[in-house]
Design a protein around this ligand. Structure first.
Ligand SMILES: [Cu+2]
Length: 185
């Protein structure tokens, strides 16, 4: 994910050529300016959305669908959306929303999940979750599940989620003082 860019003008020229392909042939001084702007765009695209507290509840053996939870934060000044998710350890993955309808638990597949500028979205039990279908191998406590999120600007976010017992899960984000074993943040 990290992109290292040379400070030399040769590096600038290469970057600028990519950024402004087929526009104006640039003199080296202009190329450096163009490159600076290009670099800023890259940095924003790659770092605006961050993940924390990613985990996967340890499921009973044989269960063919698992879930992943995490918090996504958008540190950028533009709204972003997650448009897809995948994991190499599962046949498929989807963005899901759990809800209750007439006393029946339902799951809805979402095409995208919006993350407001400067805001965050919590994927938590009984709400948003990453549905992981068709595990390719056995799951064990302490394992890492690799998640790859695609964002609406075309960038991707790689997240490592930890398999753990529900009792060890990160404290939920917004439920205030409910007095049941909140952990320090
Ligand atoms: Cu689901």
């Amino acid at each position: 994910m990290t992109r290292s860019v040379s400070n030399s003008c040769l590096g600038c020229l290469a970057g600028a050529a990519l950024a402004v392909l087929a526009t104006v042939p640039l003199a080296p001084a202009q190329a450096c300016e163009a490159h600076a702007a290009y670099k800023t765009e890259l940095a924003e695209a790659e770092s605006a959305v961050m993940a924390m507290d990613a985990w996967v509840p340890l499921a009973p053996p044989g269960l063919k669908a698992h879930a992943a939870y995490l918090i996504l934060m958008n540190h950028g000044t533009e709204a972003r959306a997650v448009t897809a998710v995948s994991s190499p350890q599962y046949k498929s993955a989807m963005l899901h929303l759990s809800s209750m309808k007439d006393g029946v638990a339902m799951m809805q597949h979402l095409a995208q999940v919006d993350i407001p500028a400067g805001g965050k979205v919590a994927f938590e039990p009984h709400g948003l979750h990453i549905m992981l279908m068709g595990p390719k191998g056995p799951q064990a406590e302490g394992d890492t599940v690799d998640l790859s999120f695609t964002l609406d600007d075309g960038s991707t976010l790689e997240v490592a989620a930890k398999v753990m017992k529900r009792a060890d899960a990160p404290a939920p984000m917004d439920h205030g003082a409910m007095g049941h074993g909140h952990k320090g943040m």
